[in-house]
Design a protein. Structure first.
Length: 366
C-alpha cells in the first residue's frame, strides 16, 4: 500500500470541527472568541493553521468547517479562501458524534462515495511533511480496507489528559505504521498512564479520523441508530432552508455524544495510523511551552514580560508589562478585563473559574 494510495479512487474531503468553547484558555478565550480563533501559535489563529495544513492535502473547495451559527462569521473572516457554502452551521451543539454525521451527510449530497478526514480546529502540528504522509495513508487505508481510521500519537510521557488507543496486529509496517485497534481507553489515572507508556502498545487518541461516508453511515446504523436516522434525513432533505425544519428539530433532540462513545469504542474494524508529526492538542496554558519553546529555566513567554529567577512558568502578556521575580510553576495570563494566575500544574482546572464566573457579576468576562 503506497502512502498516497496511488491514483485517487474516491473523492477526498477534509472536515474541520470548530465548535469548541476552549474554557481552559480563559481569559484569552471567551464564549464569543474561543481558543480556535486565537493566535496562540504565531500570528495566525489555530483555525487558520489547521486550514493551511489540510489545504495542502485537499483543495479548499472540499474543505468543510462545522461550527455553531455564532462562529460562522468569524470563520468566514478568518478563512476568506474557503467557499462560504462550506461553512456548515449546526442547529445545536450535540457533540462530535452528531457533528460528524451532519458533515458526512453534506458531503454525501455532493459525492455519495467520498472519503473524509476529520480534524479539530484547535490543535498544533509542527512536522507538516510527516503529517501529510500520515493523512494520505489514512485516506488510503479507509479506501482500501473499508474501515474506520483514527490517528494515534506515540506518547512522550504518562499524560493523563488524553485518551489512549491500544494497538494490535500490524496492517502496514512501512512508516507511517498502521495497526488494528484492540481497544480504546478513557483518560487514565497517572499510575495507569505510566503502565501504558511502559507497555509500548498504547498511543494517545488524537481526535483525528478518516473514513468513507458509507462506512460511517453503516457504523451509525450499527451503534447509534438515532444519529443514523438524522444523517439520512439530511441527505434526503430537498434543501438547507425552511424545508429542512424537520431534520433540524430531530438534530436538536439527539443526545450529546462524542464520536468516540457513539461509534469508535464499539466498532469492530478500526485501524490506527501512527501520527509522529509533532502534535499537541494545546489542552491548557501549561502546554504553551510545546508551542512557543522555553528558555533554559523552562519558562515560556509571549508579550511584554520580565522574568528574574523564575522557573517553569508560562506568561502571556498583553499591553502591560508582566514582571515576575523568584517564582516557579506558575501561569500568568493578562487580558482586557481579567488576569489569570494559577499553578502550572493545575492549569487543566481553569474551567472551574469559568464555571464559577457564571454565578457572579463578572459573567460578562466569559
Amino acid at each position: 500500500m503506497s502512502a498516497d494510495g496511488g491514483r485517487e479512487k474516491q473523492i477526498r474531503y477534509a472536515v474541520i470541527m470548530a465548535g469548541g468553547v476552549g474554557t481552559r484558555f480563559w481569559p484569552r478565550s471567551r464564549r464569543r472568541r474561543p481558543k480556535q480563533f486565537l493566535a496562540i501559535q504565531g500570528r495566525q489563529s489555530l483555525l487558520q493553521w489547521t486550514f493551511r495544513r489540510v489545504r495542502g492535502i485537499v483543495p479548499p473547495a472540499r474543505v468543510l468547517v462545522v461550527a455553531s451559527r455564532e462562529f460562522a462569521g468569524q470563520i468566514r473572516r478568518q478563512l476568506p479562501s474557503l467557499p462560504p457554502a462550506n461553512v456548515i452551521v449546526e442547529p445545536d451543539a450535540r457533540g462530535t458524534g452528531p457533528c460528524l454525521a451532519l458533515a458526512a451527510a453534506r458531503i454525501a449530497r455532493r459525492h455519495s462515495g467520498a472519503i473524509m478526514a476529520v480534524f479539530p480546529a484547535d490543535h498544533v502540528v509542527t512536522d507538516l511533511p510527516r503529517f501529510r504522509r500520515a493523512i494520505l495513508t489514512g485516506f488510503s487505508v479507509a479506501e482500501k480496507a473499508g474501515c474506520l481510521v483514527t490517528f494515534g500519537i506515540p506518547p512522550t510521557g504518562p499524560e493523563v489528559g488524553y485518551g489512549y488507543v491500544e494497538v494490535g496486529d500490524v496492517v502496514r509496517r512501512v512508516p507511517p505504521r498502521v495497526r488494528w485497534v484492540k481497544r480504546f481507553h478513557e483518560k487514565p489515572e497517572l499510575s495507569t498512564a505510566k503502565k501504558y507508556v511502559k507497555a509500548g502498545r498504547y498511543l494517545w487518541n488524537s481526535g483525528m479520523f478518516a473514513w468513507s461516508v458509507d462506512t460511517l453511515r453503516r457504523a451509525f446504523d450499527a451503534h447509534a441508530p438515532r444519529i443514523a436516522s438524522v444523517m439520512r434525513a439530511l441527505e434526503d432533505a430537498p434543501d438547507d432552508g425552511p424545508g429542512s425544519r424537520t431534520w433540524r428539530t430531530a438534530y436538536r433532540r439527539l443526545p450529546v455524544v462524542s464520536i468516540d462513545v457513539a461509534v469508535m469504542e464499539r466498532a469492530q474494524r478500526v485501524a490506527v495510523v501512527d501520527g509522529d508529526f509533532g502534535w499537541s492538542d494545546v489542552g491548557s496554558w501549561a502546554a504553551a511551552g510545546e508551542i512557543w519553546g522555553t528558555d533554559e529555566a523552562g519558562n515560556a513567554r509571549r508579550g511584554s514580560t520580565l522574568l528574574l529567577d523564575c522557573r517553569d512558568t508560562v506568561v502571556f502578556g498583553d499591553d502591560r508589562l508582566i514582571a515576575m521575580l523568584g517564582v516557579d510553576d506558575l501561569v500568568v495570563v493578562d487580558s482586557p478585563g481579567a488576569v489569570l494566575v494559577c499553578r502550572k500544574s493545575r492549569a487543566q482546572e481553569v474551567r472551574r473559574i469559568v464555571s464559577a464566573l457564571t454565578h457572579t457579576r463578572h459573567r460578562r468576562l466569559l
